[in-house]
Structures are given as structure tokens and as C-alpha cells.
Design a protein around this ligand. Structure first.
Ligand code: OAD
Length: 237
């Protein structure tokens, strides 16, 4: 671990982190891309779009139920823990995550912007009511107890806008952070794939943590080719 890079993180006042599925990989949550990725077995367009839900809400509901079951017993790993710990040391901090598993909050992170939503939230497509539901649904697709409308997961699907609160907070942070750490994302899904360039353009230092090269690697000031559960604790201690 290069001391200079550790110094950038230690000495900055304003730190932003962008996390992706790779940060939860060591917790046992499947990633989307790569040889074992979810999108190797399934077509995203048949499961993670509003059109797919309209065409077959049962199949989409079934897939989300399966994912919720996979995630339910997963615990945060040392990468999540290191991010929660560094937050306490920084006056200005935001963890921007594409992950919907909620593990950052379980690990203790509080200043979190979940730009792709949260898989434990369900939203009624009829009355718009939202709630957290951790149990399995007895019947699929699930329906709203109040109005009978179909319940959908509180996540962002392809073709949908990001939730304005988390997305706005992310953009504000990218406009002022001194350091951005990009961890565990393939950096191919917009708009998060462009966040590193936004921060870099205005002079932030950008650090990547990923076993593999990604489209943002070329603009990074430092890259660590390792697992986030190992690299982040060393980088942030
Ligand atoms: P991906 O599955 O696309 O990429 C995961 C990245 O994590 C890859 O670059 C891996 O090399 C890396 N990786 C794997 N194991 C790792 C480890 N132990 N430590 C660090 N990195 C590791 O996941 P995302 O980039 O998060 O969106 O995907 C972005 C979005 O695409 C998701 O939020 C989801 C998906 O379609 C929606 O569903 C809208």
C-alpha cells in the first residue's frame, strides 16, 4: 500500500466513496457482471425494466424474492466496516452506493446515498405507499393490503430516473470532494459510470479499488487491484 495514497485519504476533509456490487461480493451477494454474475444467467431487460414488470409481474417478483433470500443472511464484510469507520473521522463524507442490499447501513454507515434504491423497500404501483418488508411474500406478485395494487421493489430499473434525493446529494458531493474512492463497480452503468470523471475534472483525486481494470481505471490517480474487503481496511486505517 502506497503511503502517499493513504495520506490523500487520511488528510482530506471531504471524502466521497462510490461503491458497487463488488464491495458486497465477499459477503456472498452475487455481482451482476463477470463469469458468475447475475446477468450471465438472466437478461436484465427481461427482469429489471418497467416493461418486464408490466409484461410478467410474477416472474419479476419471483426473481426479486430469490435475490432477497440470497441477501437476507449475508453480513457486512471488512470493506463495509472500514467505510463505516472512516465516516466518523471525516467532517464531510458521502458514501454513494449502487448497491440495493442495505449492507452499508447494517455495517454502521449513516451518510449513504442509495442511488439505485433498496431491495427491502416495496412500493405500491397503485397508491404509491412505500414500506420496508424483510419477510418473503406468501403470494407472487405481492399486492398492496390497502388498495390491492401490485407491489414493486423499491429499486431503480433500467430506463428509470434515479431518486432525486440520493442522486442530488451525490452530484453535490462530487462537486466538492477532495478525494473519490471508486470501489467494486464495473463502471459501465450510467450515470454512476461518469461520476469519477466529474470529480476528476474539478481536481479531486480518484482512487480505484477493483481486482479488474474498468473504463475509469485510465483516469484514476491510483488503482489497487485487489478485493475491497482487503484493500479498503488497509487504505482507510
Ligand atoms: P457489476 O457486477 O457490474 O461489477 C462488479 C465489479 O466488482 C466488477 O468490476 C468486479 O471486477 C468487481 N469485483 C468483484 N469482486 C470484487 C471484490 N471482492 N472487491 C472489489 N471489487 C470486486 O456491479 P456494479 O458496477 O455495481 O443496476 O453494477 C452497476 C449496476 O448494474 C447495478 O447497480 C445494477 C446492475 O445492472 C441496476 O439493476 C439498475
Amino acid at each position: 500500500m502506497k503511503d502517499t495514497v493513504r495520506g490523500w485519504v487520511r488528510d482530506c476533509r471531504s471524502l466521497c466513496v462510490l461503491s458497487g456490487a463488488g464491495v458486497s461480493a465477499e459477503s456472498g451477494v452475487p455481482t451482476f457482471r463477470g463469469p458468475q454474475g447475475l446477468w450471465k444467467q438472466q437478461d436484465p431487460m427481461s427482469l429489471a425494466t418497467p416493461a418486464a414488470f408490466e409484461a410478467d409481474p410474477r416472474e419479476v417478483g419471483d426473481w426479486y424474492q430469490w435475490r432477497r433470500q440470497r441477501i437476507r443472511d449475508c453480513a457486512p464484510n471488512p470493506g463495509h466496516a472500514a467505510l463505516a469507520a472512516v465516516e466518523a473521522a471525516k467532517p464531510d463524507f458521502l458514501l454513494v452506493t449502487q448497491n440495493v442490499d442495505g449492507l452499508h447501513r447494517v455495517a454502521g454507515s449513516r451518510r449513504v446515498a442509495e442511488i439505485h434504491g433498496n431491495i427491502w423497500v416495496v412500493r405500491c404501483t397503485g397508491c404509491g405507499a412505500e414500506r420496508v418488508e424483510r419477510d418473503d411474500f406468501a403470494k407472487l406478485p405481492p399486492r398492496c393490503a390497502a388498495c390491492g395494487g401490485l407491489l414493486r421493489p423499491g429499486v431503480v430499473w433500467f430506463g428509470e430516473e434515479l431518486p432525486p434525493g440520493p442522486s442530488g446529494a451525490a452530484m453535490e458531493m462530487l462537486s466538492r470532494c477532495e478525494v473519490l474512492i471508486v470501489a467494486g463497480t464495473s463502471a459501465v452503468v450510467t450515470p454512476a459510470s461518469g461520476y469519477a470523471a466529474v470529480a476528476k475534472r474539478r481536481g479531486a483525486r480518484v482512487i480505484e479499488v477493483n481486482p479488474d481494470e474498468t473504463p475509469v481505471s485510465a483516469i484514476c490517480d491510483a488503482t489497487f487491484r485487489g478485493k475491497s474487503g482487503e484493500v479498503l481496511p488497509a487504505l482507510l486505517k
